[in-house]
Ligand binder design. Structure first.
Ligand code: 6PG
Length: 243
C-alpha cells in the first residue's frame, strides 16, 4: 500500500495534481486515451480547481482523457449535491475536453435504468479487457464508506455487477455507484482522505480487522496491490502506526 502524507489538504491536492500529470503522461505514451474516474463529495474540489488552473491546465491533454464518475447522488444535475455538477463547475467547464469524452451517471431517469445505461457505456470500454480504468479517484466517509457503498448496505457483497443503484435511507436518496468488480481491475486507485474526523476510521480501515460490511473502503483491493495509493493529510493520518 502506498501512503502519501502531506501537511494539509492544499499540499495533498497539489502533490496529487502533480502525480496525476505524471501518471497520465506516461500512460498516453502507450495508449490512445486515458480513462479517469472522478470521485464525489467535497474533498476533491481543491484538486479539481488546481487541475483547471493555469499551473496545471496545459499539463494534461484533455482531448485524450475520458471521464467517468465513481458514484452519483440521484438529484437533478443543477442540485449543489450533484457530483457531476461539482466537477463541471470546478474542472470540466474549464478544460478542453470533448463533450463525448464525459460520461455522467444520469439522474433524470429511474435509478435502475440509469445504472443499466451506465453499465452499457462501461461495456463499450472494458467488455473485452482484463483491466478497467487507468485511474480511479475515491473519497472515504467518516463511517468508512466509499463510492456509494455504505456500512451494512445490501449491495456490498455483490462481486459481479459493475454498476448498481441503491437507496440510502439516511440521506433519503437513491445513488448510482460503480462496484468493486470493476473498480478493483483498475491500473491505479487513489483514495483522498483529509481531516482529523476521519483519522480513527482510517486507522481501522488500513490497520484493523478486515470487515468490509462495516468498513466498505476495505473492499477496494486492486489485483495489483501496488495499484492502491492513499493521499492523506497529517490530520487524517495521525492514528496510523505504519506511516
Ligand atoms: C459521495 C462520494 C463519497 C465521498 C465520501 C467522502 O458522493 O459522497 O462519492 O463516497 O467520496 O463521502 O466525501 P467528502 O470528500 O465530502 O468527505
Amino acid at each position: 500500500m502506498n501512503l502519501h502524507i502531506f501537511k494539509n489538504k492544499e499540499k495533498m491536492s497539489h502533490e496529487l495534481a502533480l502525480w496525476m500529470c505524471e501518471v497520465i503522461s506516461v500512460v498516453l505514451k502507450e495508449q490512445e486515451y486515458f480513462t479517469l474516474v472522478l470521485s464525489g463529495g467535497g474533498t476533491p474540489k481543491i484538486l479539481f480547481e488546481k487541475l483547471a488552473s493555469k499551473e496545471f491546465r496545459d499539463k494534461i491533454n484533455w482531448k485524450r482523457i475520458h471521464v467517468f464518475w465513481g458514484d452519483e447522488r440521484v438529484v437533478p444535475f443543477d442540485d449543489a449535491r450533484n457530483n457531476a455538477k461539482m466537477a463541471f463547475d470546478t474542472l470540466l467547464n474549464h478544460v478542453d475536453i470533448p463533450a463525448g469524452n464525459i460520461h455522467v451517471m444520469r439522474t433524470d431517469m429511474e435509478p435502475n435504468f440509469s445504472a443499466e445505461a451506465y453499465n452499457k457505456i462501461l461495456h463499450t470500454y472494458f467488455a473485452n479487457t482484463s483491466r478497467s480504468f487507468d485511474l480511479v479517484l475515491l473519497g472515504m466517509g467518516d463511517d468508512g464508506h466509499t463510492l456509494s457503498l455504505f456500512p451494512d448496505s445490501p449491495i456490498i457483497e455483490d462481486d459481479t455487477n459493475w454498476v448498481n443503484s441503491v437507496y440510502n435511507a439516511k440521506q433519503e436518496m437513491y445513488r448510482i455507484t460503480l462496484m468493486p468488480a470493476l473498480v478493483n481491475k483498475s491500473s491505479k486507485i487513489v483514495f483522498m482522505v483529509e481531516g482529523a474526523k476521519k483519522a480513527k476510521v482510517l486507522q481501522q480501515v488500513l490497520e484493523g480487522e478486515y470487515m468490509p460490511i462495516k468498513l466498505p473502503a476495505q473492499i477496494i483491493k486492486p489485483k495489483d496491490e501496488g495499484a492502491l495509493h492513499w493521499f492523506l493529510d497529517e490530520a487524517a493520518a495521525k492514528e496510523l502506526h505504519t506511516t
